[in-house]
Design a protein around this ligand. Structure first.
Ligand code: NAD
Length: 296
C-alpha cells in the first residue's frame, strides 16, 4: 500500500485522513495543532515533525490548508514539499486557493519532475466524514489517473475541470454561488419567521419547491431545523466564515482579472466581510443568518 503524507488536519483534513487510514493507506501526518496530529496518531498514523518530514517518505503528498499563502509556503519554501518530496511523488493540493497560484505551484513542481494536481473539494465536513466529497481537479490526465484510487476513498464524484488551476477556478465559481444561495436562504427564512412562519415548516416547503438548494436540502442555516449541521451546534465545526470570505475574495480577484461582472458575488463578499468584522469569523458560514436577524 502506498505511503501518504497528509499536511493540514483541520475540519476537512482530519476526516479525509481518517478515511485514508480506514482504506489501509500508511499515513504520515503534520499540522501546526498538536491535538489534531495526536487524534490521527491514535488511529494509526505516524507523526511528522515538519512539512518536510511528512513529505519525505511519501508516494503521494496531500495538503489541506486554509488559503493561498499557506499552500504557497508549504510547497515552495526551501524546506517545503517540492524541496523535500521523494522522486516521482504525486502532489495533491486539496485546499481552495487562487487559481494562478495553483498554476505557479504546479509549474514549480513540474520543474522538479513532480506530477501535481489542484484538487479542491466540495461537500462540507459531512462529505469529508462520509467519504462523499466532490473533487474538482486541475492538471493532466495521467496524474489524475494516478490519484483516482486514492480520491475514490475520500469522495464520490471526481471531475476533471481542465489544466492546472482549472480545479481551483471551478471551485471558486461554485463557492461564490454557494455564498449567494446561503444568504438567500437565510434571508427567506428570516422573512418567513418574522411573519409568523415556523422555520422547520418553511424549510420543508422550500426544500420541495422551486427555491430549493444545498442549504435547504442538507445544510440549513436556522438552528434546530436539521440535526448534525453547524446551525444546530452553535455554528461550530463547519466551513468558517473567514474561509468563505477568502473564497469570495478569490472570486473577486478572478472577476477583476477578466472584467467579469459578479454583482451578487460582490454583495455576498461585503456581507461576509461585515459578519466577520462582527467577531464571527470562526463560526460556520451559515451563521450569516445572524447578520439578518437576531438569533442566539
Ligand atoms: P481549518 O482551518 O479547519 O483547517 C486548516 C488546518 O491547516 C488547521 O488545522 C491548521 O492548523 C493547519 N495549518 C495551517 N497552516 C499550516 C502549516 N503551515 N502546516 C501544517 N498545518 C497547517 O480549514 P478546513 O475547514 O479544514 O478547510 C481547509 C481547506 O478546505 C480550505 O482551503 C477551505 O476553503 C477548504 N474547504 C473547506 C470546507 C469546509 O466545509 N470546511 C469545504 C470545502 C473546502
Amino acid at each position: 500500500m502506498q505511503n501518504v503524507g497528509f499536511i493540514g488536519l483541520g475540519n476537512m483534513g482530519s476526516p479525509m485522513a481518517q478515511n485514508l487510514l480506514k482504506a489501509g493507506y500508511a499515513l504520515t501526518v503534520y499540522d501546526l495543532m498538536p491535538d489534531a496530529v495526536q487524534a490521527l496518531v491514535a488511529q494509526g498514523a505516524t507523526r511528522a515533525a515538519s512539512i518536510a518530514e511528512a513529505a519525505a517518505g511519501a508516494d503521494i503528498v496531500i495538503t489541506m490548508l486554509p488559503a493561498t499563502e499557506h499552500s504557497r509556503k508549504a510547497y515552495l519554501a526551501p524546506d517545503g514539499v517540492i524541496a523535500s518530496a521523494r522522486k516521482n511523488a504525486l502532489l495533491l493540493d486539496c485546499s481552495t486557493i487562487n487559481a494562478d497560484a495553483a498554476k505557479e505551484i504546479a509549474q514549480a513542481a513540474a520543474e522538479r519532475g513532480f506530477a501535481m494536481l489542484d484538487a479542491p473539494v466540495s461537500g462540507g465536513t459531512a462529505g469529508a466524514a462520509g467519504a462523499t466529497l466532490t473533487f474538482i481537479v486541475g492538471g493532466d490526465d495521467a496524474a489524475l489517473e494516478r490519484a483516482r484510487p486514492l480520491l475514490e476513498k475520500m469522495g464520490k464524484n471526481i471531475f476533471h475541470a481542465g489544466d492546472s488551476g482549472a480545479g481551483q477556478m471551478a471551485k471558486i465559481c461554485n463557492n461564490m454561488l454557494l455564498a449567494v444561495q446561503m444568504i438567500g436562504t437565510a434571508e427567506a427564512l428570516a422573512l418567513g419567521v418574522a411573519n409568523g412562519l415556523d422555520a422547520t415548516v418553511l424549510s420543508g416547503i422550500i426544500a420541495k419547491s422551486s427555491g430549493r438548494n444545498w442549504a435547504t436540502e442538507v445544510y440549513n442555516p436556522w438552528p434546530g431545523v436539521m440535526e448534525n449541521v453547524p446551525a444546530s451546534r452553535n455554528y461550530t465545526g463547519g466551513f468558517g466564515t473567514d474561509l468563505m470570505l477568502k473564497d469570495l475574495g478569490l472570486a473577486a480577484e478572478a472577476a477583476a482579472a477578466t472584467g467579469a461582472d459578479t454583482p451578487l458575488g460582490s454583495l455576498a463578499r461585503d456581507m461576509y466581510r461585515r459578519h466577520s468584522a462582527g467577531g464571527n469569523g470562526r463560526l460556520d458560514f451559515s451563521s450569516i443568518v445572524k447578520l439578518l436577524t437576531a438569533i442566539s
